[in-house]
Ligand binder design. Structure first.
Ligand code: PLP
Length: 399
C-alpha cells in the first residue's frame, strides 16, 4: 500500500466477469450454493468468497468497500445506504444500555439528534464537549464510556479535531476513537493519526454527483465482521444496505475524487482569501486566521489542500437568506443543503442542517444565525465567480 490514499484507489485492479474494466454489477438479492454445507459455513462466517444474501454483503458492495478501505488505510470497510446508516450502526454496535459516548458538540445535526434524542431511549447517554479542549474531552470520560466521537473537520463550524491527541486519550482509557471524515476525504487520513474507526457520508464529496445518499464504515476486519455478524451485527440486523447498482456507480465516481478535491480546495482557498481581504468574517481552515490552521497543517495530506467548505458570517439570518437567494438567482450556486457538488451549494446551517441543535446550544458553540455554509464547486473560472459573488454581497449590503 502506498502512502498516498489516491494511489491506493488507483492501484486497485478490476476485471469484470467478461474482462470489463469495471466490475460486473451483482444484480441478485440471494446467492446459490452447490453444497448445503457451504451455506451453513457461510452463515457462520467461515466461507471466504461466498455470498449469502445481499443485506449481508454483495460483490458490488465489496468492491466499493475495498476501494474505500484502501483510501482510508484500514483493513476493510462496509458500505451503507446512507451516512446515518453507517454512523448509527457504529454507535449501536459499540454501545448498549448503560453505555456512554463522549462526542464533539459540533457535529452534523442528524448525528447530534441521534445521540441527543434517540440513543437515550436505549439508555445510551452522551456528553457533548468542546472537542478542541483535550482536557474537557478527558474529563468527560467515565467508567461507562465506550467511545470518543468527532468529525475531522466539524460541520458546520469547521473546527479541527486533534486526532493524534484524541487517539492517545482513547487508548489510555481503552475506548474507541471514531472519526467522521465526510468533509475531508483524501485530505485527512484519520486511521494514520490513530483513529480506530472512520465513517463517511458518501453522499458528499466521495460520490460528488448528488444523485444518491450513501455511507461507509472503515475499520479492522474484526470490527467490520462484527457489524455484519448474522446474529448480532448492527449493519446486518438494522439493514441499512446500499443497493449494488448504486455501489457500482459510487465506485466509478470515487476514481476522480483526487482531481475534484484538489479543485474544490483550490477554489475555496481563493474565495476565502479574497473575501477575508474584503473584510468579511470568513472561516476556512486554509486561512492563517483559522484557529486550527497550524494543527490542520500537521495532519493533512498537503496535495489535497484544505477542503471545499468555508463559512461566511453575514450577521443576520435575514441578510443570509437575501444573499443566498440573490446568488442563486445569479446562477452562482444552489440554495441547498449537502456538499461536494460541482456547483456551489449554500445554506444557513442554524436553520437547516444544524437546526436539530437547540438555539441556546448553538449560541454556546458559536453558531450564529448569520452564518452561511458554502460548499465551493468546481468552477472553471473562480475569479469570475468571485467578482459575481462580490457584486451580490454589495447589492445586499454585506460588503
Ligand atoms: N456526517 C456529516 C459530516 C454530514 O454532513 C452528513 C450529512 O449532511 C452526514 C454525516 C449524514 O450523511 P447522510 O445524509 O448520507 O446520511
Amino acid at each position: 500500500m502506498s502512502n498516498k490514499p489516491a494511489n491506493n484507489i488507483q492501484d486497485l485492479q478490476y476485471f469484470g466477469e467478461f474482462g470489463g474494466v469495471n466490475p460486473s454489477i451483482s444484480d441478485s438479492a440471494t446467492y446459490t450454493f452447490l453444497h448445503a454445507k457451504t451455506m451453513l459455513d457461510t452463515f457462520e462466517g467461515h466461507a471466504e468468497g461466498c455470498y449469502l444474501y445481499s443485506r449481508h454483503t454483495s460483490p458490488s458492495n465489496l468492491y466499493l468497500s475495498e476501494a474505500l478501505a484502501a483510501m482510508e488505510f484500514t483493513e476493510t470497510a462496509n458500505v451503507a445506504a446512507s451516512g446515518m446508516g453507517a454512523i448509527t450502526s457504529v454507535f449501536l454496535q459499540v454501545c448498549g444500555a448503560g453505555d456512554h459516548i463522549v462526542s464533539s458538540r459540533t457535529i452534523y445535526g442528524g448525528s447530534y439528534a441521534f445521540l441527543k434524542n434517540f440513543a437515550p431511549k436505549l439508555n445510551i447517554t452522551t456528553s457533548f464537549v468542546d472537542i478542541t479542549s483535550l482536557e474537557k474531552v478527558e474529563a468527560a470520560i467515565t467508567s461507562s464510556t465506550k467511545m470518543i466521537y468527532c468529525e475531522a473537520i466539524s460541520n458546520p463550524l469547521l473546527e479541527v479535531a486533534n486526532i493524534s491527541e484524541l487517539s492517545k486519550i482513547a487508548k489510555k482509557h481503552n475506548i474507541l476513537l471514531v472519526v467522521d471524515n465526510t468533509f475531508s476525504p483524501l485530505i485527512i487520513s484519520p486511521q494514520k493519526l490513530g483513529a480506530d474507526v472512520t465513517v463517511h457520508s458518501l453522499t458528499k464529496f466521495i460520490n460528488g454527483t448528488n444523485d444518491t445518499v450513501g455511507g461507509v464504515v472503515c475499520g479492522t476486519q474484526e470490527f467490520i465482521n462484527s457489524l455484519r455478524n448474522v446474529n448480532d451485527g448492527a449493519a446486518m440486523l438494522l439493514g441499512p444496505v446500499m443497493d449494488s447498482l448504486r455501489a457500482a456507480s459510487v465506485l466509478k465516481n470515487l476514481r476522480t475524487l483526487h482531481i475534484r478535491i484538489k479543485k474544490h480546495s483550490e477554489n475555496a482557498l481563493y474565495l476565502a482569501e479574497y473575501f477575508e481581504k474584503d473584510g468579511l468574517k470568513v472561516v476556512y481552515p486554509g486561512l492563517k486566521s483559522h484557529k486550527d490552521h497550524e494543527l490542520f497543517k500537521t495532519m493533512y495530506n498537503k496535495e489535497y489542500g484544505f477542503g471545499g467548505i468555508m463559512t461566511v458570517d453575514v450577521g443576520t439570518l435575514e441578510k443570509a437568506n437575501e444573499l443566498m437567494e440573490l446568488m442563486q438567482h445569479d446562477n452562482l450556486g444552489y440554495l441547498a443543503v449537502s456538499l461536494g457538488f460541482y456547483k456551489t451549494l449554500f445554506s444557513a446551517p442554524g436553520t437547516s442542517t444544524s437546526s436539530e441543535i437547540p438555539e441556546e446550544e448553538q449560541k454556546e458553540m458559536g453558531l450564529s444565525n448569520g452564518i452561511i455554509r458554502f460548499s465551493i464547486g468546481l468552477d472553471n473560472d473562480i475569479e469570475r465567480t468571485y467578482r459575481a459573488m462580490r457584486k451580490c454581497m454589495k447589492q445586499v449590503g454585506v460588503l
